[in-house]
Write a protein that binds this ligand. Sequence first.
Ligand code: FMN
Length: 230
Amino acid sequence: MHQVPEKAFANMCVITYIIMVNKINKDNKMIHDFIVKRKSIRAFDSEKIDDEKIYSLFEAARLAPSSLNEQPWRFIFAEKSDDAPFEKILSILADANKVWAKNASLLVIVLSKKDLDRNQKPNKHYFYDAASAVANLTFQANSLDLYVNQMGGFDSAKVQELFNVPEEYEPVVVLAIGAEGDVNSLPDPYKERESLPQKRIALNKILFSNNFDEPHSLLLKNFQHEEIVI
Ligand SMILES: Cc1cc2nc3c(=O)[nH]c(=O)nc-3n(C[C@H](O)[C@H](O)[C@H](O)COP(=O)(O)O)c2cc1C
């Protein structure tokens, strides 16, 4: 009988695996609901979020880990009902983001302190730490049936100027937060974009062993991939 060489067989397994994992498996019971549920929505419903819930978002952010426990994150936020402060944050967004972010219940500017409090030397991890805080905030939001869309499309210099941000802080990202609204309220092409599947790079492209680019043997194991939902 013709034998498939071991290496060719391994490659076949990897290829099969790539095909299986290219789309997000939303039915994977191993992944926590809050992670599975998370998505960057653009159709918000503008409802006021209870103060207690808003408070819990920032409390969750505050509990994030940070290098040397420096906690470099800072937040400026406004509720939609705040009118002028909300419009002020909206004004720093790229036009493509303004279109839908105007319907969020909450807009948050995330900033991070560039230097260490302890010795004023550069904090190599200031951006990384702010992202950890945003991740905590995001999953807390998901646990409350709220969604977060992070935006890199904003004018950093304008934030600095309009909000009197000291030089040592850098704007990192702006967050639009709220409950999911009606997709049909969005203009095209935003409406179509909402129904596109969430896609991810296959695990074998990002998970290595021994050397960079050498897929980890974990990927050759026979995982259960029940139904693949996109
Ligand atoms: C740092 C960062 C910046 C982003 N900037 C924008 C943005 O300016 N506008 C936008 O509509 N989405 C933005 N996104 C959302 C991404 O497009 C989204 O996370 C990605 O397409 C994956 O989709 P998902 O979050 O629904 O899984 C940003 C996300 C991150 C993490």
